[in-house]
Design a protein around this ligand. Structure first.
Ligand SMILES: C[S@@+](CC[C@H](N)C(=O)[O-])C[C@H]1O[C@@H](n2cnc3c(N)ncnc32)[C@H](O)[C@@H]1O
Ligand SMILES: O=C(O)C(=O)C[C@]1(C(=O)O)C=C[C@@H](O)C=C1
Length: 242
């Protein structure tokens, strides 16, 4: 019986694991992300609410870096009768195997695709979701992806971009890092687990400032951009294609 609670980093390790979305992570992922990202459940729930507003009949709604499909399921509860296609994409086979199982008896059609989000065509999109995914892509590849997303969206479409962020101000960086760790401790993670996870994510998760995200979105062509949610060093932006 696989433990569904994340205690992956509870034991000292010789070498710090480089974090990866493998089978071990996928097995505990819902618990891990809920206990690690302040506001995660709010962001996922409001992703569905925003999709309800922006999803146009006959278009596609993309969940890029879908993991186990939390954002897709959130959107699906609003789009069942709107003739939209939800396209859930992730390059982790461990995640997609589990998502496919979850979709077996799901009443709404979700196209689950195992691929690098940089390799798929974004077409006829009224909603695009990047919830905690862009941060795992090499920064030098992020502009090309956002450009492709913008080009593949219909006018009036929405991009929801949620990320771990960093701060240009050293004091704010330290404050928000400390508050994030306090959040994780409040959810039962030990100091060792927090330290191990931080080391494992080094150079795997590369956060950027909100200003960097906003500048990239403007370069891609988005005219209306705002931060609609932030808790410590996690934020979600909404960007509209006029
Ligand atoms: C923190 S999880 C995303 C959480 C998910 N969006 C949600 O709301 O529950 C990051 C996901 O992005 C996926 N990922 C990272 N880089 C990717 C890439 N280049 N192409 C596709 N998926 C990628 C990982 O496999 C992982 O499942
Ligand atoms: O920054 C951390 O400590 C995290 O655990 C963040 C984060 C993320 O933002 O994706 C990293 C890995 C897991 O997917 C869950 C959460």
């Amino acid at each position: 019986m696989t433990d569904s609670r994340d205690n992956i980093y509870a034991t000292p390790r010789e070498a710090i694991d480089r974090f990866a979305f493998d089978d071990r992570v996928a097995a505990v992922f819902p618990d891990m992300i809920q206990r690690s990202v302040p506001g995660y459940s709010t962001i996922v729930a409001m992703t569905g609410v925003m999709a309800d507003r922006y999803a146009k009949a006959g278009t596609r709604c993309y969940d890029l870096g879908c993991s186990l499909g939390a954002s897709s399921f959130s959107m699906a509860q609003y789009l069942g009768d709107r003739n939209c296609t939800i396209v859930a994409v992730d390059n982790s086979e461990a995640m997609l195997t589990r998502l496919t199982e979850r979709l077996q008896d799901f009443p709404v059609t979700v196209d689950a695709v195992c691929a690098d989000i940089r390799d798929i065509a974004i077409e006829n999109a009224s909603v695009v979701v990047l919830n905690f995914t862009l941060q795992f892509l090499e920064p030098e590849t992020r502009d090309t992806l956002l450009d492709a997303i913008y080009q593949g969206m219909v006018p009036g479409g929405v991009l929801i971009l949620s990320e771990k962020i960093r701060f240009a101000d050293d004091h704010l960086q330290e404050l928000n890092t400390d508050l994030h760790h306090a959040f994780k401790k409040s959810n039962g993670y030990s100091d060792l687990e927090i330290a191990q996870k931080r080391s494992a994510l080094e150079n795997v998760l590369q956060p950027e400032t909100i200003d960097t995200h906003e500048q990239r979105l403007a370069r891609a062509g988005f005219s209306s951009v705002d931060v609609w949610f932030q808790c410590f060093n996690f934020a979600s932006l909404v960007a509209i294609k006029s």
